[in-house]
Design a protein around this ligand. Structure first.
Ligand code: NDP
Length: 313
């Protein structure tokens, strides 16, 4: 059976940064890339808000650089996913998809999260061509244009406010007759001149020859006053929530009601000694690559200190 001081699961900015720090601390980490190598960033195109790249950088190139940097300092980067994890005692016993068993003295979970989509075929068709789930990442491309945000929660309101500062007009497509967001966020979007809220409205599809040019909507779906109509938009932003990738750790780690891993304040430590969580899997709030990278660094430093304190390093 293979043994490692630090096993890292996930290869987004949190996982690779943890791998870089853990390698440089001589923890000889093993990192599994998981089912989405490079993480959520690879679903976007150009990253313009990661510091250090004055002209922005292609998202896949950024993640390839991080992987190479981790390998250059000695991380053992592997394809594939961890499919089982027993955190009931240390060393933790993990199994990859090929059936290899790994004993890990410390575990850094950086499995990320995924934006929820409506499930429309057009979301796939126009992904990266007008469909996005991150206004902070992609909003910049819609300056002085028209966009729609789907959802009525705090995320949707935040995304709409952010986009309203860039775009000419922002529609909010809200399926209920009210917003679910907190009062203050509701007040902000209602008072913003260039935000129009379309209540009782669902999206049926998107259209456009070269990328998104509009959306097919339905008001009062299934009711006698049902009405179908179209709006012209250049961008379609999903903000109906995120799903953290924590299936493996259910009933083993403390999670919040949405399934995000709970960590100690100003720390990546979970409720299980020796298990650390970094990046979007533990962050329902910021969800930014640079924040995840910072958390990855914290997790590796904390794993190193943990092993030192135990006299195991
Ligand atoms: P929420 O679950 O709060 O809201 C999701 C929204 O998307 C709801 O309006 C929901 O509609 C709508 N929705 C869900 N599925 C669909 C669908 N299939 N079709 C159409 N609409 C859909 O998610 P958020 O990401 O907004 O927030 C998650 C948590 O994070 C919340 O607790 C929130 O308060 C918190 N948060 C806090 C922030 C802050 O404090 N600054 C910022 C962002 C998030 P419906 O209401 O009909 O269910």
């Amino acid at each position: 059976m293979e043994k490692t001081k630090t096993l890292i699961i996930g290869s987004g900015p949190a996982g690779y940064t943890a791998a870089i720090y853990a390698s440089r601390a001589n923890l000889q980490p093993v990192i599994y890339k998981g089912i989405q190598p490079g993480g959520q960033l690879t679903t976007t195109t150009i990253v313009e808000n990661f510091p250090g790249f004055k002209n922005g950088i292609d998202a896949n190139e950024l993640m390839a650089e991080m992987q190479q940097q981790a390998q250059n300092v000695g991380a053992d980067v592997r394809d594939g996913a961890i499919v089982k994890a027993d955190l009931s005692h240390r060393p933790f016993i993990c199994e990859d998809e090929r059936g290899n068993i790994i004993q890990a003295e410390t575990l850094i979970i950086a499995t990320g999260a995924g934006a929820k989509y409506l499930g429309l075929p057009d979301e796939e068709k126009y992904r990266g061509q007008g469909v996005s789930a991150c206004a902070t990442c992609d909003g910049f491309f819609y300056r002085k244009r028209i966009v729609a945000v789907v959802g009525g929660g705090d995320t949707a309101c935040e995304e709409a406010m952010y986009l309203a500062g860039l775009a000419k007009k922002v529609y909010m497509i809200v399926r209920k007759p009210y917003l679910r967001a907190t009062e203050i966020m509701q007040k902000r979007v209602r008072e913003k001149d260039n935000i129009e809220i379309l209540f009782n409205t669902n999206t049926i599809g998107l259209f456009g020859e070269r990328g998104v040019e509009g959306a097919h909507l339905v008001r009062h779906k299934g009711e006698p006053n049902e009405e179908k109509y179209d709006i012209d938009i250049d961008g379609f932003f999903l903000a109906i929530g995120h799903r953290p990738n924590t299936e493996l750790f259910k009933n083993q780690l403390e999670l919040d009601p949405q399934g995000f891993i709970l960590t100690k304040p100003k720390s990546t430590a979970t409720n299980v000694e020796g298990v650390f969580a970094a990046g979007d899997v533990a962050d329902p709030t910021y969800r930014q690559g640079v924040v995840a990278a910072g958390a990855g660094a914290m997790a590796a430093i904390e794993a190193d200190r943990f092993l030192q304190d135990k006299g195991e390093k």
